[in-house]
Design a protein around this ligand. Structure first.
Ligand SMILES: [Zn+2]
Length: 860
């Protein structure tokens, strides 16, 4: 048959083929349906042909038919195909079809005698009393006489009717040991089949008639005319069923003409097998003729079969035959029998006439279903109405959370037709539901919507708008976003505003003019209020004594004083300050001028400019700036170690790169100061600069390129592993880097590294890239992950931001001298870092954070 037949016999005792055949016959469907259709249907098929119907279990079937096994009653319906009559009990004696009834006598065990209430058989005397009518000869006058062959009363015994209505015969037999046993007669069923009913002979007759391939079966002219009449009868019934809107019944009757042809052919073959054929069949070259008589019998048989189907499916009263049969059934059946129950159940399922709003086939209330369908509505065009297409049911059926079974298109149509006109109307031509969605608020529509779909119009509209883009097929097709759709900095990471970083867009809390003209008191109180000067609560010298309020001292200016009885020290406003100095004598610098220097440093003026502006000596300016930078080194290093990267909720895009700064030349060797920069895209405050080992290379003394030095070389894997783990480990970071080997090959937990390619032939700088990142950062380096465990992220590769940081560092951050020592470079780098963090804010005010960090450690 096909591939499936190669399976071999299975353990159930059936070959795959027989199971396939049985399924086809019982259900009418098969995985080989195409081939079945090809052999039975099609244009060229004659109206009469053969088909086998039934179930292939001949061994069991024959035994049941013969009554060797099972109760005859339960097989009656099955046997209706072959014969008709009252059920025959297996032990009942019968004669028919030329078969002589045979019986055997079996002993009745004592236990059965009691159970069947045959107490009279306890002894031959009792039995004689029971079976012989009263009033005859007195019992004592007749002795118990056994016949010569040892039976009482004789070989045939007494006739007795068992509780099931079957007649049997009862006798006593004297056994060889003089014991007497009661016996009853049973029918012998294992009889020899008469020669004319030999199945093998019948089969060979049938085979002989179809010895040649493709022998044709054909109606005689009369039979053909009769067939047309019968067909017309069925067609009339179809029309009636259609008028009753009972589509299922109409469909069943519609194929009756086909069935009639099949049955006629089967009966004709049956006749050939049993030598009852009216038409001659011997000539193999002639077609086998199906006579009118056969067609009439087939019609009768079909009526019976259809009636059985109709009765079982609850469609009684469709044909005249059915009503007669139903009436006969009703009188015969017991009340409350299983069959009654079954038939009542079948009656309850009403024909598929109209859509029942309360209980859909799915078992879900229509409000739920309609709401789900309405959520699938889409706009026909930009201005057109909202419509629900019939294909929406596929989407609805896919939401399996509540649906008992998938919906059919017919469900959609019945539902759409049942929608009230205030809500919308069903368009048959387009097979869709057109909503009458009002432009303005409409109470009538809202009420109908709530009644039928339990959703408000505003909620529905919101749902459409939220899901509109997702559903649009066109938009779904363009999966790859355009370049401008993927910002270099992810939207949710965008904290920076480039325009604010420019000084001309900023407004600081004070101006240089304020610092010049304000009175001493105002200057001090204002600086305390913004945090540049610390508001002392306790004495910075003894750390315990409380301080009094600010007062003007004759020689010291504005001071506070410790109340501690052992200390009693005066406290200047900038006492123990991180940037300001309290030195007396020659080195004394008034506070006002120190603040002005701080202001200039915050505005990133060069030392020469500060000298000119403030009128202070260049040395004084330099030492003050030095204090400022040293404070920044402490502050920045402490700050960058305390701020973690990422947020652990989603993947955060970061950039990494290293910069090399030339240091002092010492003899033949040049020092190289390398910093590694880490930056969260879009957040300038996240910039971390990590100082790496100082490398030295030798200067080339001879040959071409004299005086040049070799490169410092890229970051090593060990160094990157140490730094990367320190700042990024398990922080859910998507790290953009250049193609350095260290970044590419060191795997840091919770960090996915993305590299650009600078090298030829195909450098990739800012390529649009699709990342499939695991939701759980712990799986960042576990190879294959299920789709459900990952999120797609489109990114632009590259390290533009950190590259720009290096450019600025080299442009404005560093002294132009190539002789800078390590301390200078470090302080300049940290100053630059501080300015970068606070580029968008008031940098003078930002210095207060340095002051706060300084004093809070002092008083802890
Ligand atoms: Zn003190």
């Amino acid at each position: 048959m096909s591939k499936k037949s190669s399976g071999g016999p299975d353990t159930s005792g059936q070959t795959p083929n027989s199971s396939w055949a049985n399924r086809l016959m019982q259900t009418g469907t098969s995985s080989h349906e195409t081939k079945t259709n090809g052999s039975l249907g099609g244009i060229d098929s004659p109206s009469v042909c053969t088909a086998v119907s039934g179930n292939f279990h001949p061994g069991v079937c024959v035994e049941m038919l013969r009554g060797l096994r099972g109760d005859h009653g339960c097989m009656t319906k099955a046997r209706m195909f072959f014969t008709s009559g009252a059920p025959v009990q297996p032990h009942a004696e019968y004669e028919s079809c030329g078969v002589r009834a045979q019986v055997m006598f079996c002993p009745i065990p004592d236990v059965l005698r009691d159970l069947l209430n045959l107490k009279c058989l306890s002894s031959p005397e009792e039995a004689q009393k029971f079976f012989l009518p009263a009033g005859n000869d007195p019992s004592d006058s007749i002795g118990i006489e056994f016949s010569e062959d040892g039976y009482f009363p004789d070989t045939d015994g007494w006739k007795y009717v068992l509780p099931d209505g079957v007649a049997t015969r009862i006798r006593f037999r004297r056994r060889n040991d003089d014991d007497i046993v009661a016996e009853w007669s049973m029918a012998v069923r294992d009889i020899d089949i008469p020669e004319e009913y030999n199945l093998e002979a019948a089969a060979s007759r049938l085979a002989d008639a179809f010895e040649l391939d493709q022998r044709e079966l054909r109606f005689t002219d009369d039979a053909n005319l009769a067939f047309q009449s019968y067909s017309a009868y069925f067609n009339i019934l179809v029309a009636q069923a259609r008028q009753d809107e009972d589509i299922g019944q109409a469909a069943q009757l519609g194929c009756c003409p086909w069935k009639l042809g099949m049955l006629s052919a089967s009966l004709a073959l049956w006749d050939i097998a049993w030598q009852q054929s009216e038409a001659p069949v011997a000539d193999q070259t002639q077609p086998v003729l199906v006579t009118v008589n056969v067609v009439s019998r087939a019609f009768g048989l079909l009526e019976i079969l259809e009636s059985i189907v109709a009765t079982m499916s609850g469609h009684s009263g469709t044909t005249a035959f059915t009503s007669v049969a139903a009436a006969a059934e009703a009188t015969r059946k017991r009340k409350q029998s299983d069959e009654d129950h079954l038939s009542a159940q079948l009656q309850q399922s009403s024909p598929d006439r109209s859509w029942d709003p309360q209980a859909q086939h799915s078992g879900i209330l229509d409000t739920e279903l309609l709401r789900r369908l309405l959520m699938k509505a889409e706009k026909d065009s930009d201005t057109g109405p909202y419509i629900v297409k019939s294909r929406a049911i596929y989407n609805v059926a896919r939401q399996k959370d509540k649906l008992a079974k998938p919906l059919a298109v017919s469900d959609f149509r019945s539902l759409a037709r049942a929608v009230p006109t205030t809500l919308g109307s069903y368009d048959e031509s387009k097979d869709c539901l057109i909503l009458a969605f009002p432009k303005d608020n409409n109470d009538e529509f809202d009420i109908a919507l709530l009644d039928h779909a339990k959703i408000s119009s505003s909620a529905l509209q919101a749902f459409w708008q939220n899901n509109c883009d997702k559903r649009k097929g066109k938009k779904r097709a363009t999966k790859k976003p355009k370049r401008q759709d993927v910002p270099y900095i992810p939207v949710e990471q965008q904290l920076d505003d480039m325009t604010k970083a420019e000084l001309r867009h900023q407004k600081w809390c004070v101006s240089f003019a304020d610092l010049v003209q304000w009175s001493e008191k105002k200057l001090i109180t204002y600086l305390i209020s913004i945090g540049i000067l610390w508001k002392f609560v306790r004495c910075p010298h003894c750390k315990t004594g409380k301080v009094c309020t600010l007062f003007s001292h004759s020689s010291r200016g504005w001071v506070q004083r410790c109340k501690g009885w052992k200390c009693r020290k005066f406290i200047l406003p900038h006492s123990q300050h991180p940037f300001f100095t309290c030195a007396w004598g020659q080195a004394h610098i008034p506070l006002r001028q120190q603040v002005q220097v701080l202001f200039c440093n915050a505005a990133r003026l060069g030392s020469g400019q500060v000298h000119i502006l403030t009128g202070l000596g260049a040395k004084a300016v330099q030492s003050l700036s030095q204090r400022w930078r040293q404070a920044l080194v402490r502050f920045v290093e402490q700050q960058q170690d305390s701020k973690p990267f990422g947020n652990l909720q989603r993947w955060v895009e970061c950039e990494v790169d290293e910069v090399t700064l030339r240091g002092k030349r010492c003899g033949n060797r040049v020092a190289w100061h390398q910093y590694l920069g880490l930056l969260e895209r879009g957040n300038r405050r996240s910039l971390v600069l990590v100082k790496m080992k100082i490398r030295t290379t030798s200067v080339k003394r001879t040959g071409s390129g004299k005086g040049s030095t070799g490169p410092a070389g890229p970051i090593s894997k060990e160094e990157w592993k140490r730094i990367g783990s320190r700042y990024l480990k398990n922080r859910k970071i998507l790290l953009h880097s250049d193609g350095a080997r260290a970044y590419r090959y060191v795997k840091i937990p919770g960090v996915v590294t993305d590299a650009v390619k600078h090298k030829k032939p195909r450098p990739v700088y800012a390529a649009l890239w699709k990342h499939r990142l695991p939701r759980d950062q712990a799986k960042a380096h576990s190879g294959s992950l299920k789709q459900s465990e990952t999120d797609v992220m489109w990114v632009q590769k590259g390290t533009q931001l950190i590259d720009n940081v290096w450019r600025q560092l080299k442009l404005v951050g560093l002294p132009k001298s190539t002789k800078a020592d390590e301390a200078t470079i470090e302080s300049r780098v940290r100053e630059f870092q501080f300015h970068h963090w606070n580029a968008e804010v008031d940098k003078f005010k930002a210095a207060s954070s340095v002051v706060a960090a300084h004093y809070s450690t002092m008083f802890c």
